[in-house]
Design a protein around this ligand. Structure first.
Ligand code: AMP
Length: 401
């Protein structure tokens, strides 16, 4: 009998996992630099949180949730996205006022698996809650943009739109609905069924949206306050030198968005999964899940897709491999000393020949091989094209040279 990972899930192992580790490390560092503390939230939540928060006409809720009844008879769902849970946690925390949170972890959607579309996938994201002004939107968009470019992805396009708010959106939705009714026969069955219930979803349809380029545009229906907010977001991005393209058909797949909506597109990937991340403002979300009115803005980035777009170059996970001429007990002691000094080093814990130890070093493609010859004898420090002898206490200084 043998087992494979379930359909649409992956084992991410070395050497590929090293590129993941570096990307996730960059995320931890960058989100901290922008002042976003870590939140670690449950991987399953009450099903109703997503039905109400994400919206019961969104594809994520209607088709993609991993929902089950637990032993206590409660309906729970593996989280398909992060924002509803973060808002729930904020409301539960009793906090007041501006509140930042960064997360990183697995999410689950029942999708038809393909490259960049998995049933378990990894997202990193931030939420900036209880802030209404456009500067927050700009800060959030900039953080995502910097993360993507610092990850090494150079071909990224930022798409931007404004979806209006409860004051101006109804007129837009009516205009869109009547436009779609006139074209009902040209639409897929899924889209046609959405015309009355949630016509914005139709613009999000991969199949139909390319033919709807002359649909009414949200930005032509914005009320004065939304138009002002959108203008301020755009000028903020311009001040930071972040290029963007306005995309009047960008509506995002989840129902909670208001005003700002954005997406980061990796132009090097296939169109079906080239959105590496996206986000926006969700000023109405807190109320839909039973909380007091609380604005917020955030994004989520798909790490699987970023790794795919990067082509995940293999990177060394060690600074050096230690070969011992006097057995593994001595090697352990020397490695412990070097590790305490911050050197990433590994060695063979089995008592193998020096030749075999060198073979392992070669297989690991380490940049440096250290050879331990015994107490009081200088160590050999070998690189691809150089070799020096140094007392062990000078080795870490050599690495920092
Ligand atoms: P969304 O909020 O649905 O736009 O998701 C944000 C990002 O998460 C997307 O742009 C993708 O990069 C990633 N993502 C969403 N669903 C999946 C999936 N099934 N597999 C891999 N990545 C995904």
């Amino acid at each position: 009998m043998s087992f494979q990972p379930p359909k649409g899930t992956d084992d991410i192992i070395a050497p590929e996992s090293q590129a993941w580790r570096e990307t996730l490390r960059l995320w931890e560092e960058l989100s901290e630099r922008y002042g976003y503390p870590l939140v670690s939230l449950p991987i399953f939540e009450s099903t109703e949180l997503f039905e109400r928060g994400v919206g019961d006409t969104s594809e994520v809720v209607t088709k993609q949730m991993y929902t089950f009844t637990d032993q206590g008879g409660r309906s729970v769902t593996l989280r398909p996205e992060g924002t509803a849970g973060v808002m729930r946690a904020y409301l539960d925390s009793g906090s007041r006022g501006a509140w930042k949170a960064a997360y990183s972890g697995p999410f689950f959607r029942y999708e038809r698996p393909q490259a960049g579309r998995r049933r378990q996938f990894w997202q990193v994201g931030v939420e900036y809650v209880d802030v209404a002004g456009p500067v927050a939107d700009v800060e959030v968009v900039e953080l995502g943009y910097r993360f993507i470019s610092d990850s090494g992805l150079s071909e990224v396009v930022l798409l931007l739109n404004s979806l209006g708010d409860p004051e101006c959106r109804p007129a837009y939705v009516e205009a869109l609905r009547s436009y779609l009714r006139d074209r009902r026969s040209e639409l897929s069955a899924d889209s046609a069924a959405l015309i009355e219930r949630n016509p914005l979803r139709v613009l999000d349809s991969k199949q139909d949206s390319p033919r709807l380029t002359d649909a009414p545009r949200t930005i032509d229906y914005l009320c004065a306050a939304c138009a002002e907010h959108f203008a301020a977001v755009k000028s903020g991005l311009e001040r930071l030198g972040i290029p963007y393209e306005e995309d009047p058909n960008l509506v995002r797949g989840l129902d909670y968005y208001t005003r700002t909506a954005f997406e980061y597109i990796a132009t090097g990937l296939d169109a079906a999964q080239n959105a590496v991340g996206g986000g926006g403002r969700y000023d109405g979300l807190a109320e839909t899940i039973g909380g007091r009115s609380t604005p917020g803005v955030g994004f989520a980035l798909g790490v699987d897709r970023i790794m795919l777009a990067l082509g995940a170059p293999e990177r060394a996970h060690l600074d050096a491999y230690l070969v011992s001429e006097t057995g593994p007990g001595d090697a352990l002691e020397v490695a412990s000393r070097l590790r305490a000094e911050g050197i990433r080093v590994d060695f063979d814990t089995e008592d193998r020949s020096v030749k075999a130890q060198f073979r392992t070093a070669g297989r690991l493609e380490v940049p440096v091989v250290l050879v331990w010859k015994g107490e009081g004898v200088p160590m050999d420090v070998q690189t691809r094209d150089d070799r020096v002898s140094l007392p062990v206490q000078e080795v870490s200084t050599w690495f920092r040279r």
